[in-house]
Design a protein. Structure first.
Length: 478
């Protein structure tokens, strides 16, 4: 069919064709191995960016060494002028792609899907831990070759040989990927390792539902995940995190995903998703608090403005009344009225001062936000043994050093016949939540000076407010 590079490569069939070139199955006569030979025709390029993408694939393939990524073999060009053509040669991954497998009668159950997800997560973990990180940007069934009789996936197309979305935006950036498999940030021209995880989630969902993203017609992926039958709750949790539109609600790395998938495969507790879901819930609460605070600020400003107008009108009216009284009343009566007004203003000033003093002030901006772990409730004798003091114990690490702290929660009578049963019930309830994590803000110069905030249990139910500073630190308690 076609012989290239002085007879070294003999092309036998066309594996695929896109708008810019073709992919051939060829024989390398130097090694005797079958290879995949990708041809790029400059005359078909719409922009110079297309050629840059082809060069990008060649550079990426040269630096990669993974059994599930076809190895780079050669790159060269032949021809002159308008007839010039550029070629990339890499190892041939035999087998059909996942798209063809999904279009057949093959069904994916949870066990088979987990095998596929683990294999793809291993590839992504390898790519994303390169220096710099390699983002595939177009992970989809058509770019996953199923080798070993459809059991082992190989990831192909690290560039732009096949037809993918290329939209040059106003800022000059280019969107590379396939609609439906691209998360929002990639559609805005920003491809990150988390973008590949989103594409893996959509591909996995497609394996279970046999519905392509173009078939969804805007249907929310989260709703589809909830409707899945025959899959475990933990797999649904993993899929929800992979398919999340927000970057900060997806797995932070392919390595974390890989660990959870292996735990799920062996029917063990997931390692990373609990923390991720707690962080998501915490950020949601923070957003809700910020919204409430912003609304409260607006309402307070409006109320203050109305109050100022009323107070101004009242002040002008009071001046007019006082002027009339001064002209008609005697001095002793005027002095008595003045004393009464001062007597009214003084307690109001005291109340305002105490409110300002006791108002909650957040930690300084340079303090570190760390994670503390509630370790349990302990009790110690207090007041010459007549009382029992209950402490909330927790630990946190700062620069590799552990700190163990405790906060006084309550005291009760040491005599069991006179103990406060409500305090005992509360301490027992709290002790059941040992192991719960919560936020702690630490002074980087003196970690013994810190403040802890309220924490929640695994179901995100409010457990206990905790506010604590070192005794020698000036602070405003909540």
């Amino acid at each position: 069919m076609l012989t290239l590079k002085d007879g070294r490569y003999h092309c036998s069939e066309i594996l695929g064709e896109g708008s810019m070139g073709r992919t051939y199955l060829a024989t390398d006569h130097e090694s005797g191995q079958q290879v995949a030979l990708k041809a790029l025709y400059p005359s078909r390029l719409a922009t110079l960016k297309d050629f840059e993408l082809f060069e990008r694939e060649a550079r990426i393939l040269q630096q990669l060494d993974h059994p599930r990524v076809p190895a780079y073999i050669d790159a060269f060009c032949e021809g002159e002028g308008d007839a010039v053509c550029y070629y990339i040669v890499q190892a041939y991954a035999g087998g059909g792609d996942l798209r063809a497998l999904l279009n057949s009668d093959v069904r994916f159950d949870e066990e088979r899907l987990l095998d596929l997800m683990i294999a793809l997560a291993e590839i992504l973990d390898y790519l994303h831990t390169q220096e710099p990180a390699v983002v595939h940007r177009d992970l989809k069934p058509a770019n996953i070759i199923m080798c070993d009789e459809g059991k082992t996936p190989t990831l192909v197309d690290f560039g732009a040989v096949r037809e993918v979305v290329r939209l040059t935006m106003g800022g000059g950036s280019t969107i590379i990927g396939t609609f439906g498999y691209m998360p929002p940030e990639q559609l805005m021209g920003r491809a990150l390792p988390a973008s590949d995880l989103y594409a893996l989630g959509i591909t996995s969902l497609e394996c279970l539902t046999r519905r392509t993203p173009s078939d969804l017609h805007g249907e929310d992926a989260a709703a589809m995940i909830e409707e899945l039958n025959g899959v475990s709750t933990d797999l649904k949790r993993v899929l929800r995190r992979l398919c999340a539109p927000r970057i900060d609600e997806r797995y932070p790395s392919a390595g974390n995903l890989l660990q959870d998938l292996k735990q799920l495969k062996s029917a063990q507790t997931l390692i990373h998703i609990d923390r991720l879901e707690r962080d998501i819930a915490r950020r949601q609460r923070e957003r809700e608090k910020a919204l409430v605070n912003a609304t409260g600020t607006a309402v307070t400003f409006l109320a203050g403005l109305i109050g100022f107008v009323i107070l101004g009108a009242g002040f002008v009216g009071a001046i007019l009344v006082l002027r009339e009284l001064i002209t008609n009343l005697e001095l002793p009566i005027i002095v008595a009225m003045a004393v009464s007004i001062v007597g009214l203003l003084v307690p109001l000033g005291i109340l305002a001062t105490r409110y300002i003093r006791d108002a909650w002030q957040p930690p300084p901006a340079n303090w570190l936000n760390l994670k503390a772990t509630f370790t349990g409730i302990t009790r110690e004798p207090y007041g010459e043994g007549t009382q029992v003091c209950y402490y909330l114990n927790y630990t946190f690490e700062h620069r590799g050093h552990p700190f163990e702290k405790k906060i006084t929660l309550a005291t009760t009578n040491a005599n069991p016949y006179f103990q406060n049963t409500k305090v005992l019930e509360r301490m027992s309830r709290l002790h059941d939540h040992a192991g719960t994590e919560f936020d702690v803000f630490v002074d980087p110069a003196n970690p013994h000076n810190h403040v802890s905030v309220e924490f929640y249990d695994a179901e995100q139910n409010f457990v206990e407010p905790v506010h604590h500073f070192a005794s020698n630190q000036v602070h405003h308690p909540a």
